[in-house]
Design a protein around this ligand. Sequence first.
Ligand code: DAT
Ligand code: MG
Length: 147
Amino acid sequence: MEKTFIMIKPDGVQRGLVGEIVSRFEKKGFQLLGGKLMSVSTELAEKHYEEHKERPFFGELVEFITSSPVFAFVLAGDNVIATARQMMGKTNPSDALPGTVRGDFGISVGMNIIHGSDSAESAERELALWFPEEEQVEYEKTINRWI
Ligand code: DAT
Ligand code: MG
């Protein structure tokens, strides 16, 4: 079963959007395999956003992610990586369609509420970074036969 890593960023947690956002993915039919509210160390933030380390916004991005807790979770399901990205909307909330998380709740590209892995490789890398196997709960979701 395909898995992805999703993180509700500090703005989403502070604004009380955790339940709303997790609910969208649950209702879609994806299975929650783990979730945690956590403070992010500078080291973890820098590793997570490694691919952007030469970008001018890198410092601000790390500062933002470490500024207040995030809610990190793991989703599983068919094609979950690409589908969750679609449900999140474009990186810049001004370009994100209504009906997407960023389109419905965001304004600024810096504070765009949610992160989701963008490929199979990044999902694998990010899950290893954020969710060791023992924090992922494997269980049968019996409703799966209906959707
Ligand atoms: P995404 O989060 O959609 O995968 P990304 O990987 O290109 O987008 O960038 C990672 C995060 O960096 C993004 O969610 C917000 C921030 N970011 C991207 N482009 C930015 C910019 N031009 N100015 C400020 N922050 C930016
Ligand atoms: Mg990205």
